[in-house]
Write a protein that binds this ligand. Structure first.
Ligand code: GUN
Ligand code: ZN
Length: 444
């Protein structure tokens, strides 16, 4: 089959301030978008395109192309616990459910089995890029790397670092931890796969001492790796972190003093950040992975996403399984809108996110938060083709065929179709998924 393909139809271009829908053609060659133009131009010169040997895919009016979903924060090893223990707040939930489960990943066969299913499930839900926490285990986490490579998912994958004792005995001594992180980074680079990269992953300030975090910052710098962690998720967590770091006035200062923010850095949650901390995020160019499902289920709080965006913090969405109860970024998108609406209803100054803004967070916003918006998220020339083909009327679609429309003109009609997918759609509507031009799901 030709590796040159032309898509012709409606293409959605999310942006924070201005989502655009265009009727266009898009040429993908060897995974890269090489040309984009008006649909009329394609039809005028259709014969020439056919002669040049392109495979041509004309979309139906009830189909559209959009950038792939980006999950900025999830825990692959926690999937066997999904939907369990969510009546407890964060620190109890970690001790009772999460650390005991994660300890099981010393078993590489168990790890390989879970991880291949997790990657498949995310791809099925349209997640073309995921930023994963693995576990403490070097070999186990390499199984996640192998699964992502095998299934052609774009991914950042971190071997979790922890050196502070807990009841499950789930931690390493500092020397062993540093040795294994270095080996992990080397091994991932040895795969020489441009879709999968290692990410330095201190779990959070309760699991890592400052000495370890400082040394992890150096490893990140030496290897040009992203750093991911959790910050300011839960009030008890913050209290504990400040009590063990009395010289610091904020959680962000603890990480700042350890040099984490001197790297490309994405922090999950940021529910309770102060104005000064938000300033630090902006100054350092650090990102937030907003995880509305887990913030609600673990009773952590309502993250003021609009405020973060107004302050120009980079924000993407995370499913944060299994603190979150759903693997789909489409679900996270809706829950981000709900949380934002609830904040506004409770008297917040900022307006709620609308669906177009939420769709931006789920796609280009996530790419920006992971520092890869030069590669993906815009469906424009020179970007890699990570995309979803959405079909409103696919088999068993949850979206009704016959509905009332108030649209005036073609662009509004397309917008209505996207809006209905955002509010009602699910994996059944995500009929094809592409990562760097390769089709990784096809139920068309
Ligand atoms: N903080 C430290 N570890 C975790 C985790 O696994 N999930 C969440 N939601 N928060 C954390
Ligand atoms: Zn998390």
């Amino acid at each position: 089959m030709s590796n040159k393909i032309i898509f012709v139809g409606d293409i959605i271009l999310p942006n924070l301030s201005n989502l655009k829908c265009i009727s266009a053609y898009l040429i993908v060659e060897n995974g890269l978008i090489t040309e984009r133009g008006a649909k009329d131009y394609f039809y005028k010169y259709q014969d020439n395109f056919i002669k040049r040997g392109y495979q041509i895919k004309i979309l139906e009016p009830h189909q559209f192309l959009m950038p792939g979903f980006v999950d900025c924060h999830t825990h692959a090893p926690q999937f066997p616990n999904i939907g369990l223990g969510l009546d407890r707040p964060l620190l109890e939930w970690l001790d009772k459910y999460t650390f005991p489960l994660e300890s099981q990943y010393s078993d590489e066969e168990f790890a390989a089995n879970v991880y291949s299913k997790v990657v498949k499930r995310l791809i099925n839900n349209g997640t073309t890029t995921a930023c994963y926490f693995g576990t403490l285990h070097l070999e186990g986490t390499l199984e996640l790397v192998k699964s992502a490579i095998k299934q052609n998912q774009r991914a950042f994958i971190g071997k979790v670092s922890m050196n502070i004792e807990n009841d499950a005995g789930y931690y390493n001594d500092t020397e062993k931890e540093l040795r294994e992180v270095k080996t992990f980074v080397e091994k991932v680079f040895e795969y020489n796969n441009d879709l999968v990269n290692p990410v330095i992953t201190p779990r959070f300030a309760i699991s890592c001492d400052n000495d370890l975090m400082k040394k992890l910052s150096v490893i990140a710098k030496q290897n040009s790796c992203l750093i991911q962690s959790h910050i300011s998720e839960n009030k008890k967590e913050i209290e504990y972190v400040l009590s063990t770091n009395p010289e610091c006035t904020s959680y962000s200062e603890v990480y700042g003093r350890c040099g984490l923010f001197d790297n490309k850095c994405i922090m999950a949650h940021g529910v309770h950040l102060s104005e000064e901390e938000i300033d630090m995020f902006v100054r350092k160019g650090a990102s937030i992975a907003h995880c509305p499902a887990s913030n609600t289920r673990l009773k952590s709080g309502l993250c003021p996403v609009r405020k973060l965006l107004n302050c120009e913090v980079k924000v993407g969405l995370g499913t944060d399984v299994s603190g979150g109860d759903n693997a789909s970024i489409l679900d996270a998108l809706r829950r981000a809108m709900d949380v934002s609406e609830h904040l506004n209803l409770l008297g917040g100054k900022e307006s709620a996110l609308n669906w177009k803004e939420a769709l931006y967070l789920a796609t280009l916003g996530g790419a920006r938060a992971l520092f890869i918006d030069d590669k993906i998220g815009r469906l424009e020339v020179n970007q890699e083709f990570d995309a979803l083909l959405i079909d409103l009327y696919s088999k068993n679609s949850p979206i009704d065929k016959y509905t009332y429309s108030v649209a005036h003109g073609e662009e509004e009609e397309i917008l209505e179709r996207v809006e209905r997918f955002v509010y009602l759609g699910d994996d059944r509507n995500i009929v094809q998924v592409y990562v760097k031009g390769k089709k990784v799901k096809d139920i068309l």
